[in-house]
Design a protein around this ligand. Structure first.
Ligand SMILES: [Zn+2]
Length: 84
């Protein structure tokens, strides 16, 4: 009986430690904040940004589409980016 309880507690603690370790290795929003290629300032989570990916400019925001900003080859503030 006690052995079973200890085993269950041990497993729970083990799983909790795995989750905690995973959290430290993959914290939420681990990606560094992208910087504007033009002015060099960090682009805020809720700021509209222009993500350049595969030669295509796309307007988005990290809060809406974090994967777009993370995979972009370069990012600009919307106000900094002026298509020519
Ligand atoms: Zn900028």
């Amino acid at each position: 009986m006690w052995g079973l309880r200890e085993g269950q507690l041990g497993l729970t603690a083990y799983l909790q430690r795995l989750i905690v370790m995973d959290f430290y290795e993959h914290p939420i929003q681990a990606a560094p904040a992208p910087r504007c290629e033009l002015c060099g300032e960090v682009i805020g989570v809720y700021e509209p940004l222009i993500a350049i990916r595969d030669g295509q400019a796309r307007e988005t925001a990290r809060s809406a589409e974090p994967e777009v900003a993370d995979s972009a080859s370069s990012c600009y503030h919307r106000t900094c980016y002026a298509p020519r």
